[in-house]
Write a protein that binds this ligand. Structure first.
Ligand code: UDP
Length: 331
């Protein structure tokens, strides 16, 4: 039996595929390659290029690979873009996601691990944020994931679909093989490293008047390898008959934009120019996880919690892949 990994050619998806293969799991990847990279997948992994909402394709994959579970990463994931292009986010993440669920249920798949996000909480009422915190997304990206979470709850009640919805805080870092290569790049750490390399003239720092110690926004950065590990634990949980869960994945520590830049200067030994810019719409001031439930239920704690270690891994990958993944490989 195989595990369907949608978005397996993307950033977090490819690292999870890498880990699944290391653990001897059978994997099949579905990715549209709109934002993913064919080169992020090791040779020999069964790969289908297509949309997750393509029912016939999902049923075909289920037939050809005897699917046991699905880990669903495929989604658009830029907060800023979701504010200016909300329909694209609702269609791609929510509508297509629902169609995926429909096809999986038809195919008899009842285990689902979902890439959710701390963006479902919106502006938090308290820090660190526990899973019971009200879900009031502040942008269409968060809403698109919220709709999927709601659908999953009802699919559990109606069809017995068991899911683990993993609410990532800020994914960062790299493995030796897989790293972050987005076009356009909007995330902080890749931009900081691009400025360190002189690929962009400076890091824009969005907002200096947040109610935080240095006025810049605070995030909880979590190593992508730790995220991948949580997916494997979630799968084990479901295989052992565990019930549906919502789990935060973060380190529980917050770092401001300025702290990230300062740490990156130390790690890279480069200057890293920066420039103040206005706040980015849709950005909350502070997002820090209470991830104790993941520790209690899955035995998960980050193996690489230090910001410097996370940035170092991303820097090593960037130095080895200054232009990112090779772009010529299609389908
Ligand atoms: N940010 C920034 N400059 C950048 C990219 C991001 O100041 O070039 C800020 C952004 O406004 C947010 C934090 O860094 O407060 C983390 O942003 P990112 O896009 O990495 O992740 P998000 O929290 O939006 O998922």
């Amino acid at each position: 039996m195989s595990i369907l990994v949608t978005g397996g050619a993307g950033y977090i998806g490819s690292v999870t595929v890498e880990l699944l293969l290391e653990r001897g799991e059978r994997v099949v990847v579905l990715d549209s390659l709109v934002r993913g990279h064919r080169a992020a997948l090791p040779d020999g992994v069964p790969f289908y290029q297509g949309e997750v909402g393509d029912r016939d394709l999902i049923l075909r994959i289920a037939r050809e690979h005897d699917l046991e579970a699905c880990i669903h990463f495929a989604a658009l994931a830029y907060v800023g873009e979701s504010v200016t292009e909300p329909i694209r986010y609702f269609v791609n993440n929510a509508a297509q996601g629902m169609l995926l669920l429909e096809a999986l249920i038809e195919a008899g798949v009842r285990r689902f691990v979902f890439s959710s996000t701390c963006a479902v909480y919106g502006e938090p009422e308290r820090i660190p944020i526990p899973e019971e915190h009200p879900r009031r997304p502040a942008n269409s990206y968060g809403w698109s994931k919220y709709f999927m979470e709601r659908a999953l709850e009802d699919c559990d009640a109606a069809y017995g679909l068991k899911f683990v919805s993993l609410r990532y805080f800020n994914a960062a870092g790299a493995t030796e093989r897989c790293g972050e290569d987005h076009e356009p790049e909007t995330h902080l750490i890749p931009n900081v490293l691009a400025a360190a390399l002189g690929r962009i003239p400076y890091v824009p720092v969005f907002g200096n008047d947040y109610p935080t110690p240095d006025g810049t926004a605070v995030r909880d950065y979590i190593h992508v390898r730790d995220l991948a590990d949580a997916h494997l634990r979630a799968l084990t949980w479901l295989r052992q008959g565990g019930g549906s869960l919502f789990l935060n994945l973060g380190s529980g520590k917050g770092y401001s934009v300025l702290e990230v830049i300062r740490t990156a200067r130390e790690v890279t030994g480069r200057e890293i120019p920066m420039r103040w810019e206005p706040r980015r719409p849709g950005d909350p001031a502070r997002l820090v996880a209470d991830a104790r439930r993941a520790e209690r239920l899955l035995g998960w704690t980050p193996a690489f919690p230090e910001l410097a270690t996370i940035i170092e891994s991303a820097w090593r990958w960037r130095l080895a892949h200054p232009d990112g993944y090779p772009k010529h490989q299609a389908g």
